[in-house]
Design a protein around this ligand. Structure first.
Ligand code: ASC
Length: 542
């Protein structure tokens, strides 16, 4: 079955947290329309860019784009961004059931509200049952425009975006209007809390995803336990939790049962973790029918574990393992091991993030076309280093030599080879500071083989990898001063970004490029080309 969607993208005034700002909307909606498909279906999105002053792309987060790497929706990587006034057709197969989403992948467009849900239903029986389904996307929100944020991030002196003003559940939050001189209308229906209607006694599958720009989030429902059953489109052994960490780029399904006093409604809440919170709890309402949805819970919004209780977060992350009998297990050996050290750096005085001392600056010619058509001079053909040097680098202090370089080289993998990547975290430019980074891989799912604290030791730590029931994911956090090890099969011809999913960090260069099987990539659509050096590779038809 083919699902056809006709979308227009435009600027729009919207008040997600009661303060009107400019957002990027789809068909006038915020969040954008939900895409719903069945496993194996094809999705076609006719995307018309009606924004008069900027280009656009959409990334289909969690969709692997097998056979359609040009529709991964990454500007400068998989395609030329769609010009103002132009229309592009995205076409891909929803080949795996699960909870996914889509968002802009150009500049800071995701932070401008440019995102929505993408849900793929299983063709067969699932390992759990429920009466109904609910779905939310979590986000953090700023009043400062994304253009102002981008200028600050690329200025010297550096202007940091700061902590968010609000946390949003399905695009809705509530700023304290008396705390701002800006226009703010607490009765605007755009900022009324999102309602999750439930029938007493019933069990629901709640799909939760995060597109947060900066914040690690913790989600919980007052008085209700949640049983986690799916993560990033893969089944996990059921885990019952009181609250759930959701890192940007992750998605979950949890089962909840409406088993509390039916005369009440309950808060669903979201709080910041991993950074000292300056943002109030974002809330939605779990509405026990037939209570009126406007009957707000009397209790205070629910609170999460302490923001810097990393032991809690590490322990929770380790609880998620693949559901026995449902998920593919990893190959026992890998062919190549990358150890990627992240550092915050200065380049000519500008604040950046670097991986093995290289800060990613994507080129004007998209990699996919450049590699497929062997366009000379499009990007640096010297591959970046597999491991960081010196190997004695001290991760617990600010970089002693903070200078890094900008680069755009690519890690090229043998077709179908097995690759291990170890993400190694370190101190930032600020003493005694290391941050959580959620890393997202395009075009693949990977197995999480392990998490550790301190410096990764290849001789010792590889022995403790979980190869028995590691979860398959497309996004994984690396905790402060720690490491995360993952494994994937380089079995999807194309060029794929692997990057920190925090919007500002990716903008500041925190990512790398992977490629495999380029010779097997089919002919690129002309519409994905036309920028940089791709222009003379456009195929002429009669
Ligand atoms: O990339 C970042 O920059 C700031 C800070 O390190 C410098 O202002 C911050 O908190 C980040 O996550």
């Amino acid at each position: 079955k083919v699902h056809f969607h006709k979308w227009t993208v435009n600027y729009q005034t919207w008040a997600p947290d009661c303060v009107p700002v400019n957002i990027i909307s789809i068909n006038g909606e915020y969040p954008g329309p939900t895409i719903r498909a069945r496993e194996g279906d094809t999705v076609v999105v006719q995307l018309e860019n009606l924004m008069p002053t900027e280009n656009v792309v959409i990334h289909w987060h969690g969709i692997r784009q097998r056979g359609s790497p040009w529709d991964d929706g990454t500007a400068s990587m998989s395609q030329c961004a769609i010009n103002a006034g132009e229309t592009y057709y995205y076409k891909f197969v929803a080949d795996r059931p699960g909870t996914y989403f889509y968002h802009g992948h150009y500049g800071l467009q995701r932070s401008a509200g440019f995102y929505g849900s993408l849900i793929v239903d299983a063709a067969g029986k699932e390992p759990f049952t429920y009466h109904g389904e609910l779905s939310i996307v979590l986000n953090d929100w700023w009043h400062k425009s994304t253009y102002e944020q981008a200028v600050g991030l690329s200025s010297n002196p550096f202007v940091w975006v700061g902590e968010p003003q609000s946390l949003l559940i399905e695009g809705r939050g509530k700023y304290n209007c008396s705390a701002t001189s800006r226009s703010c209308n607490a009765t605007n229906t755009q900022c009324s809390p999102y309602i999750l209607p439930v029938k007493p006694g019933n069990t629901y599958r709640l799909r939760i995803a995060s597109v947060a720009s900066l914040s690690a989030l913790n989600f919980l429902i007052q008085g209700h336990k949640m049983t986690v059953v799916e993560a990033d489109g893969h089944y996990v052994e059921p885990v019952e939790v009181d609250n759930l960490d959701v890192y940007s780029g992750e998605s979950y399904s949890v089962l909840i049962t409406a088993n509390q006093d039916p005369s009440q409604n309950y808060w669903a809440g979201v709080n910041v973790r991993g950074r000292q919170p300056k943002t109030p709890t974002g809330v939605a309402v779990l509405n026990y029918l037939p209570n009126p949805s406007a009957r707000l819970p009397a209790a205070a919004p629910p609170q999460s574990p302490l923001w810097n209780d990393y032991a809690y977060s590490r322990a929770l992350a380790k609880k998620f393992v693949a559901l026995k009998g449902y998920e593919e297990l990893p190959p026992l050996q890998s062919h190549r091991q990358l150890i990627l050290l992240n550092t915050q750096n200065k380049i000519n005085g500008y604040t950046k993030w670097a991986i093995n001392n290289i800060s990613l600056l994507p080129p004007p010619t998209p990699y996919l076309a450049a590699m497929k058509y062997k366009i000379k001079g499009a990007y640096d053909t010297t591959p970046p280093p597999d491991v960081y040097t010196p190997r004695t680098y001290n991760i617990s202090i600010p970089p002693p030599n903070p200078n890094a370089v900008e680069g755009n080289g690519v890690y090229v993998f043998k077709s179908n080879s097995v690759v291990d990547v170890i993400l190694q975290n370190a101190n930032t430019l600020t003493a005694n500071n290391s941050e959580i980074h959620p890393w997202h891989l395009h075009g693949h799912d990977f197995w999480i083989l392990g998490y550790g604290e301190g410096v990764f030791d290849p001789a010792k730590d590889t022995k403790n990898y979980n190869t028995v029931n590691p979860p398959l994911r497309n996004t994984v956090p690396v905790f402060p001063y720690g490491w995360t090890a993952l494994r994937f099969k380089a079995d999807n011809p194309g060029v794929w970004a692997f990057h920190c999913h925090l919007e500002a960090h990716f903008f500041m260069g925190m990512g790398v490029m992977f490629a495999e099987g380029i010779e097997q990539v089919g002919r690129l659509p002309n519409a994905a080309m036309g920028c940089g050096l791709t222009k003379n590779k456009i195929h002429m038809h009669h």
